[in-house]
Design a binder for this molecule. Sequence first.
Ligand code: PMT
Length: 692
Amino acid sequence: MDILKGKHIVLGVTGSIAAYKSAMIARLLIKSGAEVQVVITPAGKEFITPLTLSTLTRNPVISEFFSNRDGSWNSHVDLGLWADAMLIAPCTASTLGKMASGVADNMLITTYYSMKAPVFIAPAMDLDMYQHPVTQRNMETLRSIGNIIIEPASGELASQLIGKGRMQEPEVIVSALEEYFSRQAQFSKKKVLITAGPTYEAIDPVRFIGNYSTGKMGFALAEECALRGADVTLIAGPVNLQTRHPGINRIDVKSAQQMYDAAMEHFPHSDAAILCAAVADFTPAVTSDTKIKRKGEMTLTLKPNPDIAASLGAIKRPDQRMVGFALETDNEQNNAQDKLERKNLDFIVLNSLRDEGAGFGYDTNKVTLIDRNGSEELPLQSKKDVAKAIITKLSGLLFCIAFMFMPLKTQAQELNPTLSINTSKIQGTDKDVFTSLESAVKELLMNQAWTDYHFTEKERIQCNFNLIVNKYDAQSGKMECELTVQSSRPVYGSGYNTTVFNFRDVAVDFTYTEQDRIEYTSGITPDNNLTAILAYYSLLIIGLDFDTMSPNGGTDILRQAENIAASSQSLGGGWRSFDSKANRYTIINDYMNGTLSSFRQLQYDYHRKGLDDMSSNADRGRATITESLNLLSEAYQAKSTSALPTLFTEIKKDELINIYSSGISSERSKVVELLSRINPSLSNDWSTIMTQ
Ligand code: PMT
């Protein structure tokens, strides 16, 4: 295994009879390709000579704060930054104690305190010393701050006693490092979001609705992901646990709503989410500001909390993976399978309260991993080992994605377009050129990989491109056209598609001659207008679609459209800021301009939070849409000259009239007032909302 190749290892050696084995450790590390710097304590030098270690490592051994050779300072700070790992083997009880209690009286301990890399400790001592509560407490202290203890073996000790305390063999120690680094490589550069623990739903300032979750399972998952090199965001309910690994960014929350908000914020930037929290499904409809007094019977009205897993599942991108948990008391398999589907999970971890030692609070768990291909029942084991099994399964899925996401430039990707070219205005022209144009445009729209995300067949975005040719010069191939571009997205839980973009571009001029190919290279501004326009609208459609799925989720893609608009100024009409307030240039500029940030947020709030919710609860969905229209009003106020709010009302006219065909009249009149202000030309349509 060459996982240690090129790694910088600080090997700490202390005064134990096992110090002779450090020569073997140094040799194995060097053989694996690592660079080794030995730091030895004064007592260590009594057991092994620095000459042996420096010869093996081809590096002078450091022992003192100043070099004996030239009096220069041996910088423990620099060593702390240089190292990829520090291994202290053997580590005596005395060094363990100094490390745990801050006695930095030799070079090895100061190096330990400056260490930025993981620290491995291989204790070596006599049986009684090892068992002593002080040693055990010191080891626990070091473990609790993230140091990795390589447990000593049992066997005959230097004292001739038999028991635990003998330092592990060099091969075992080096393989512990290898295992660490190979696990770390697995999830390197991956971002994982984890929810853990219970949520507390406040009844009044002193009481809450909660549950028995301790967070142990979720924290074990976070630790395991971090050990494998992931950047972990751990959203934790109220628990009594510490996080050890520096790769874990912990966000503490109390209520389900707070957990939901944090999860929605971080999910778009995550590669995977593991929903392990025991989230309260209901919360008090009203929270009292003061302690509720005991006065006879009391009824508590509860309202449903957001379902975090289902909400993330609904905005999950094709490149993301999600793992959920199911805690069941009966009909376990069926309930878990139902949750797998309903919450759009990749697999679900079922634990049953019927299994002894499983579920809340225990250090153990007994789970079954269920996906769409079947299930795997695991034995009762520590939550740490359960976490390992879950993360191993997840890593397989993430690896598949990495494989799928290799650029597949010739494969149909994000768009599912229909294309029509209308030539009725240019009678009598040879039509072959348009047949050729149609297939060239289709080829680009359907086969271009616009992003790095791989869309499955059914995830592609429905869109229409309709080109009307107004003028055509057969000699030069110059065409003057209009292009209508329209895109839609499915509404969750219904067969209905909602229009996201619908725009008529009247300044589409370009030159095309038969058999020309239209080719677009990502990041390079096209030098002909037809490619620029098609690339611009394709990226715009994809970016808008991503925005509807997560707040500002389309930023990276929309920036590419913005760049095309900015660098295509000389290509023809429609690209210049002064041409019109509703041309390509101003559309993308207004959209990406921070002034209209509420309009971007509207895309998500209206579609995901509002429309998608309507199929399960029409009243709640409509109320959310009404709230989201405030963002439209804000955008209008922020820049009343922008065409975007008006365009939105045009696109959504029929849908809005339909949505408000029911609902309370005060809500309707508020909406009519708002829509009439933003788009007075449709006042008659808006007034029908009141008369339906
Ligand atoms: O914390 P410990 O003491 O170690 O205990 C671990 C555990 C038992 C809490 C854990 O293993 C577990 O089973 N967690 C999920 C418990 C749960 O809420 O299950 P559920 O079947 O009600 O929910 C199904 C899934 O939806 C879960 O992934 C849950 O996180 C998620 N959910 C549920 C409700 C909600 N409003 N939002 C959610 O995200």
